[in-house]
Design a protein around this ligand. Sequence first.
Ligand code: F6P
Length: 320
Amino acid sequence: MLKGDRAYDAEFVGFRYGWRGVVNGDTIPIDRHDVRGLSRQGGTILGSSRTNPYEGERGGPENIRRTMAELGVDAIIAIGGEGTLTAARRLSDEGINIVGVPKTIDNDLAGTDYSFGFDTAVEIATESIDRVRTTAESHQRCILVEVMGRHVGWIALHSGMAAGAHAILIPEQPESIEQIVEWVESVRDRGRAPVLAVSEGFRLSTMEGEHSHKGLDAFNRPRLGGIAELLAPEIEARTGIESRSVAIGHVQRGGVPSAYDRVLATRLGMHAVDAVTKEQWGTMVALRGTDIVHTTIAEATGGLNVVPTARYEEAAVLFG
Ligand code: F6P
């Protein structure tokens, strides 16, 4: 925002609660005083929602175009993950002026090495695994720590590796219960207490899909969570080791952002303003190596940024 103000004399408004604000024409003015000190804050001053901009009486491209014209808004900078940017891509294809910014703890957007939010979530997940190790070791229990990430295992992979988890279970790599039990028993046999990092989207090789018992969100995607709770009694029954699970849930999505995320968000924001000024509609700003580049929202949402098999195999050498 600050760059837009300084370099281009642009004016900004914020849509409240993401797409819900776009659909309802609900905005707040944003000037440089409103963003003062913002990079130190987690979350968003605008609010967020799981609103599908194609739904409701005022949804859809025609209504949104009219709403933008009434508000005098030339372009939308859509900040979000796969759900937000998939909707942005559809609207962009239908002629709405949109530039995308990748923000998701899941790190599931293609076209960018990292999205901001991810590093902070990994820090919190790592600390959580470190902390449960205390109880695991003093009580000689097996503890499964479930982290978020939807269909990709980046948070589990990075936090599990950082915290030295004895196995990391991710959606990209279904495993059998027998294999998990083997890892757990080998840890126990060395006199250690097994600690496992489990991604919410992980499934056993015998399961048809991810464990989801909480229905669908507004984008018709299954709400995930609960797989670690399902696995713990199964591990206990097969190994005799008292096994517990803890899902850190939204704890990993809040609080103070890491320095890395603050820098990434600031850089991506500045480049998004450049893209708007150049009218590069349908662009998404992205991180490649240490450079910020311009890719397309279509590329970013065309396929998931999954954990490559090689990255999993690299970590799996240390399991058990
Ligand atoms: O996409 C981000 C994310 O935190 C996922 O990791 C998780 O599955 C989902 O959102 C949770 O969504 P909600 O807060 O709507 O339950």
